[in-house]
Design a binder for this molecule. Structure first.
Ligand SMILES: CC(=O)N[C@H]1[C@@H](OP(=O)(O)OP(=O)(O)OC[C@H]2O[C@@H](n3ccc(=O)[nH]c3=O)[C@H](O)[C@@H]2O)O[C@H](CO)[C@@H](O)[C@@H]1O[C@H](C)C(=O)N[C@@H](C)C(=O)N[C@H](CCC(=O)O)C(=O)O
Ligand SMILES: Nc1ncnc2c1ncn2[C@@H]1O[C@H](COP(=O)(O)OP(=O)(O)OP(=O)(O)O)[C@@H](O)[C@H]1O
Ligand SMILES: N[C@H](CCC[C@H](N)C(=O)O)C(=O)O
Ligand SMILES: [Mg+2]
Length: 497
């Protein structure tokens, strides 16, 4: 299925030095993963410069090098070099060409925002299925093609991996693909060259300031999904100022937009909501008509996600009744406010949730506390090698619980004790209302030992993850499994009185 350089770079601003009729068999951006006949894209990264791996790529069989500056290759005269101004952007465009633009044969939905992307994409997949479509999902929990689930390294894959996935989805005859689009992906051009049917925005709150440095830069990265590179029908939640700013820009550009939110000026907003431990009853005002239904997701923020998915369903052209029927039976999203069921729980409700930002932690806690007759205990930590400035803010947010147990998340290459110290800097007003236990299993067990019937425990931060990243090790660890084991140990048949 190879293509020549001429075909792959058609219409692009580039200089081809060498044989433009060379056939490229594949696309690579890591030198050690190059296969014979591949084009290797030299990317100037944050830690190293891909141009310095050109020789390694050739040693692995690269036939074409795509570069931002010409690499001098004394002993490799049969290698073609293509000079472009931005190798990441060129890689995205060439990848889409290589796989014959699979997104043009699908209805691709892109969801961006700090929180709610995974939840919304799963809801959109479910709505599309109920509407009789074949579906795909790309995001944090992994990739789903029809009924086949695969793990993935990134929320939004690198462009050659993304286009390959979309091609597999096209070949599997998927009609609708719901994809999470991270701010990193937009900034690093992973989605460039993809054609979206709908792009949606959930919210913008603090995260990833290690990468973007300022809220404005973080917003501008997200806003790209609503700019000239990505024409599409739009869905915008206007509950925060960033959503309102995005709406202003899209309206100015004459886009087809559906707005959602608790804000009463949104085209889809709630008239009434009643929250229960097992479900939520909503009456939505959908552009002037009332739609009343129960859905199984709990918590206020999930009403926002439900409205966003509702609007995406309408933008995809599904009938209102189909969307409602689907949302009534919405699936449990893995590790999102997931209630742990065990034969013996001592009357204690344990929820595992992926809240790993200040806003998510505040909202997840608030949602659980509103449904809990007793006390709420929060077990949480923060990831290493990620935005450190959110740590004390998450510490402060956790003090909304009756008690907190501060533990480790994925420390990665950082010292777990130092991450915990950063968190504790935000908890100075909570003396006596929190404990520290760096071992995550022991922290969960400790929270269970503190709980009485009617109490809830929120285990936050890792959700669906079935691993813990400690140093360069990937340890097996799943909050849901550990919580179940520790509940059984505490309340099961052999438990000490
Ligand atoms: C911050 C970030 O996103 N970094 C990405 C970036 O890494 P980098 O610039 O540091 O790459 P580098 O190590 O300097 O290498 C430069 C080039 O040389 C190549 N190289 C390097 C070594 C070698 O031996 N041979 C070789 O060819 C690399 O493949 C690369 O093409 O480019 C790499 C390859 O293109 C990505 O894998 C890497 O993602 C890293 C691993 C990452 O952890 N990203 C996270 C933060 C991320 O993207 N997260 C978002 C989700 C966020 C959210 O919403 O919560 C996501 O979409 O997953
Ligand atoms: N609309 C929302 N507003 C605020 N918080 C939310 C919202 N939806 C979900 N959350 C909280 O954020 C956590 C992550 O939700 P979800 O996985 O859907 O978001 P995401 O945007 O995909 O996150 P990530 O950036 O890590 O991929 C949830 O576990 C919940 O605590
Ligand atoms: N997509 C998020 C995941 C964070 C999950 C949390 N468990 C952590 O490791 O920090 C990120 O890359 O920031
Ligand atoms: Mg996600």
């Amino acid at each position: 299925m190879g293509k020549t350089c001429t075909e792959l770079f058609e219409g692009m601003d580039c200089t081809i030095i060498g044989n433009a009729d060379d056939v490229v068999e594949g696309i690579a951006y890591r030198s050690d993963q190059v296969k014979p006949g591949d084009a290797f894209f030299c990317i100037v990264g944050f830690t190293s410069d891909g141009h310095t791996y050109a020789q390694d790529a050739i040693d692995h069989g690269a036939k074409v090098l795509v570069v931002q500056r010409k690499v001098y290759l004394a002993d490799a005269t049969d290698v073609t070099e293509v000079v472009v101004s931005d190798t990441r952007k060129a890689m995205a465009e060439v990848s889409a060409n290589f796989y014959d633009h699979p997104s043009r044969n699908l209805q691709l939905v892109g969801v961006t925002g700090t929180n709610g992307k995974t939840t919304t994409t799963y809801l959109v997949e479910h709505i599309a299925r109920v509407a009789g479509k074949r579906t795909g999902v790309i995001g944090t929990v992994g990739t789903v093609i029809g009924d086949v689930h695969e793990k993935s390294a990134h929320t939004t894959p690198e462009s050659p991996d993304l286009q390959h996935l979309l091609a597999r989805m096209r070949d599997a005859r998927c009609d609708v693909v719901a994809m999470e689009v991270s701010s990193h992906a937009l900034d690093l051009e992973r989605t460039f060259g993809s054609q979206f049917a709908v792009t949606a925005f959930s919210n913008l709150t603090q995260d990833h300031l290690d990468y973007h440095h300022t809220f404005e830069a973080y917003f501008e990265a997200k806003a790209r999904l609503f700019g000239k590179d990505y024409p599409a029908r739009r869905v915008i939640c206007i509950d925060d100022k960033w959503g309102k700013e995005l709406l202003r820009r899209c309206s100015e550009a004459g886009d087809n937009v559906i707005t959602t939110g608790f804000d009463r000026s949104a085209q889809i907003h709630p008239k009434d909501v009643a929250y229960y431990p097992t479900h939520t009853s909503v009456t939505l005002n959908v552009r002037g008509s009332y739609c009343e239904f129960d859905h199984p997701l709990v918590g206020k923020f999930n009403v926002e996600n439900i409205m966003c998915a509702f609007a995406i369903g309408l933008q995809l052209g599904f009938p209102v009744q189909t969307v409602i029927d689907a949302l009534r039976e919405a699936p449990q999203i893995p590790g999102r406010l997931e209630r742990i069921h065990t034969p013996h729980d001592g009357g204690v409700s344990v929820f595992v949730d992926y809240a790993h930002t200040p806003d998510a932690l505040e909202k997840a806690l608030g949602s659980i506390m509103a449904l809990t007759p007793g006390r709420t205990i929060c077990v949480f930590g923060c990831g290493g090698d990620r935005d450190a400035s959110k740590r004390p803010i998450m510490g402060r947010a956790a003090l909304a619980a009756d008690h907190a147990v501060v533990t480790s998340d994925n420390p990665r290459t950082e010292d777990p004790g130092a991450i915990i110290d950063d968190i504790l800097a935000g908890m100075t007003e909570g003396a006596g209302r929190y404990d520290v236990q760096p071992d995550r299993r022991a922290a969960i067990a400790h929270a269970i030992s503190l709980a009485k019937p009617g109490d809830s425990i929120l285990v936050a931060g890792k959700g669906h993850e079935d691993y813990q990243l400690v140093g360069d090790k990937v340890l097996s660890f799943d909050d849901r499994v550990v919580a179940r084991e520790e509940l059984e140990r505490a309340f099961g048949e052999g438990a000490a009185e």
